[in-house]
Ligand binder design. Structure first.
Ligand SMILES: Nc1ncnc2c1ncn2[C@@H]1O[C@H](COP(=O)(O)OP(=O)(O)OP(=O)(O)O)[C@@H](O)[C@H]1O
Ligand SMILES: [Mg+2]
Length: 359
């Protein structure tokens, strides 16, 4: 910038000097022309005088000679001045040309440096974005870890309340049976049959927990039969009607991440319907679009104020369902929304891109 500024100043000074010099050149040329005319006149005069001895004195002749000589010298000086000023003007014009080239180069450089500075500044703001997104990723990772811990806590609770309780009862009943065998065989048989029922119930519990963790059939049979089986169980257990529809999904849902995510969405939504909605009917629709696979789960239950979700943070043992669904979908580069109004039912929508990100 300093080079550019100096070059700019020099160009301005040179232009001014050249202008002044140009005026001087004009003036000198004019002076030379004037002197030349005077010279011609004085020569004519001299010729006239020197040829006419009768009319002019010797003094006249000498004066005419001196005048002609003076003009000759003056003209020579003026010509020399003219030559010098033209040389100087040409020199200045050459310097001006150079200064203009320097200025042009310096201005180009300034522009380039500004571009680089802009770029660097832009990059720094991008760095900010990077830091922000790294921060977001960190928060997301922490929430995922938290959600995992919650899931483990839930499984532990279910194992504790279900199979573990049943098993300690089974031991108790087995001990009673042992004693009854010696006293009352009939009673012992009854206890044994109750024990069998207890073990059966316990097995069912364990199977449900395993199924909830990861239905084995999802890998072998695929999404549709596994969902249907899960829904059948749900209908039997709750009496709530569920319609499952597939629209143009055919071969598009082979990706195991999509399959599992859809299953988890349905699972959590049906759990929420059972726990909170008091609904009579649920519609589950899976549709293959150009954007991806869209899942819509709609119930006709009592609905709720969705603003509560952001207002009330999840507490220790519940309230992770919706957060978990959203995070799962967004982690795969999809979009998630939940719409609900008190008394108007609830609709959960998710779109999962076919080409999954972050997998
Ligand atoms: N289908 C629904 N109908 C009515 N209310 C709902 C429905 N789904 C969610 N809610 C409301 O939204 C809240 C948050 O749901 P979310 O699934 O996140 O938590 P939760 O079901 O209470 O606990 P968790 O899923 O962690 O066991 C619920 O407590 C409930 O009040
Ligand atoms: Mg829930």
């Amino acid at each position: 910038m300093e080079i550019a500024e100096n070059a700019r100043k020099e160009v301005a000074i040179l232009k001014e000097e050249i202008q002044a010099l140009q005026a001087e050149v004009q003036e000198v040329i004019k002076n030379s022309e004037r002197l030349e005319k005077l010279m011609i006149k004085s020569r004519i005069k001299l010729a006239t005088i020197s040829g006419d001895y009768t009319r002019y004195t010797e003094e006249d002749m000498r004066a005419a000679y001196e005048e002609a000589d003076r003009l000759r010298v003056e003209l020579a000086v003026s010509r020399e001045r003219e030559r010098q000023t033209v040389i100087r003007r040409n020199e200045l014009e050459r310097r001006l040309k150079n200064a203009e080239v320097t200025l042009e180069k310096a201005e180009k450089l300034v522009a380039q440096v500004s571009t680089v500075l802009d770029y660097l500044a832009g990059d720094l703001s991008k760095l900010d974005e990077h830091i922000e997104s790294a921060e977001q990723k960190r928060t997301l990772a922490l929430r995922i870890i938290k959600a995992q811990e919650e899931e483990r806590r839930r499984i532990a609770r279910e194992m504790h309340d279900g199979p573990a309780q049943s098993m300690s009862n089974v031991i108790l009943k087995a001990e009673i049976c042992e004693k009854l065998f010696e006293i009352d065989l009939e009673k012992a048989r009854e206890e044994l049959s109750a024990l069998k029922e207890m073990v059966r119930a316990c097995l069912k519990d364990v199977r449900r927990i395993i199924y909830d963790l990861r239905p084995m059939s999802i890998d072998d049979l695929g999404l549709s039969p596994t969902l249907q089986k899960y829904i059948d169980n749900f209908v039997n257990e709750t009496g709530i009607r569920v319609d499952l529809m597939f629209i143009e999904t055919d071969n598009k849902i082979k990706d195991s991440n999509i399959v599992l995510t859809v299953f988890r969405l349905v699972q959590e939504c049906l759990n929420n319907v059972k726990k909170h909605a008091c609904a009579t009917q649920v519609t589950i629709q899976l549709e293959g679009t150009t954007k991806g696979l869209t899942v819509r789960i709609k119930d006709d239950g009592k609905g709720f104020d969705t603003a509560r979700l952001s207002r009330e943070p999840a507490h220790s043992d519940s309230g992770y369902g919706v957060i978990g669904m959203r995070e799962r979908v967004e982690l795969l580069g999809g979009s998630f929304s939940i719409e609900s109004k008190t008394g108007k039912g609830t609709t959960v929508r998710a779109t999962l891109p076919y080409s999954l990100q972050g997998v």
